[in-house]
Design a protein. Structure first.
Length: 224
């Protein structure tokens, strides 16, 4: 092998090592930034929720760029409180929209509801029998304004609506109850589950091994 050929071979090996090391390091940076974030929140609880329950959501921030408003689907979440005990335990938040602004989580945009129809009948001693149907309904939505407006901070607000209708024995239906619930609330970051990052020595060893294979192939080609 001539001196000129040796110089070309050294240059090729050095270029391969630098290229592979750079690729591995870039992958390591991306994974180090990626995390599964868990937030809890409380929008008030005028209706049933199991003891010890807490509304929460989980979102993966690996796709964030940190520029402007970004929307990410919630990977897992439960909203307790605005359900009827005999209907369902919680509102499922998986797949709803989570807003980020300049890389920071601002809140959700979602809505839901629940309804329950119950037949009531009883008779007190010496009194005529009582019979009626209760039709209860809940509607709610969470709305987030991710961008500050007129120097005001971003807001995540909750709006809830409850109404009840009663149908008597004679078939007449009337609204017997109605309530509105609203207010602003915040989210609390309670956990950050980072994805595993490759060990630096392992990354370097991989690059060197691949570079060695490149060198051996080149050597066999020159010998031939």
């Amino acid at each position: 092998m001539s001196q000129k050929q040796r110089q070309r071979l050294k240059s090729a090996i050095a270029t391969t090592i630098l290229s592979l090391c750079s690729s591995v390091l870039l992958v390591g940076v991306d994974k180090a930034q990626a995390a599964l974030l868990t937030y809890t929140f409380d929008a008030g609880n005028p209706f049933y929720s199991p003891p010890g329950s807490r509304s929460f959501l989980k979102v993966d921030n690996s796709s964030l760029t940190g520029i402007g408003v970004e929307e990410i689907a919630v990977s897992e979440g439960r909203f307790y409180g605005y359900t009827f005990r005999t209907s369902k335990e919680y509102q499922d938040l998986a797949g709803v929209t989570a807003f980020f602004y300049e890389g920071d989580f601002r809140g959700l945009n979602t809505s839901g509801g629940d309804d329950l129809i119950a037949e009531v009948s009883y008779q007190d001693p010496g009194e005529p029998p009582v019979w009626f149907i209760l039709d209860s309904r809940i509607s709610w939505f969470i709305e987030t304004f991710p961008v500050p407006y007129l120097d005001s901070p971003p807001v995540s607000a909750f709006f809830g609506y409850y109404e009840q209708y009663t149908t008597n024995r004679d078939g007449r239906t009337e609204r017997t109850d109605r309530n509105f619930y609203n207010g602003e609330f915040s989210y609390t970051l309670v956990d950050t589950e980072a994805e595993p990052v490759p060990e630096p020595l392992t990354a370097g060893g991989t690059a060197l091994a691949l570079a060695g294979l490149t060198w051996l192939k080149h050597k066999k080609k020159m010998a031939a």
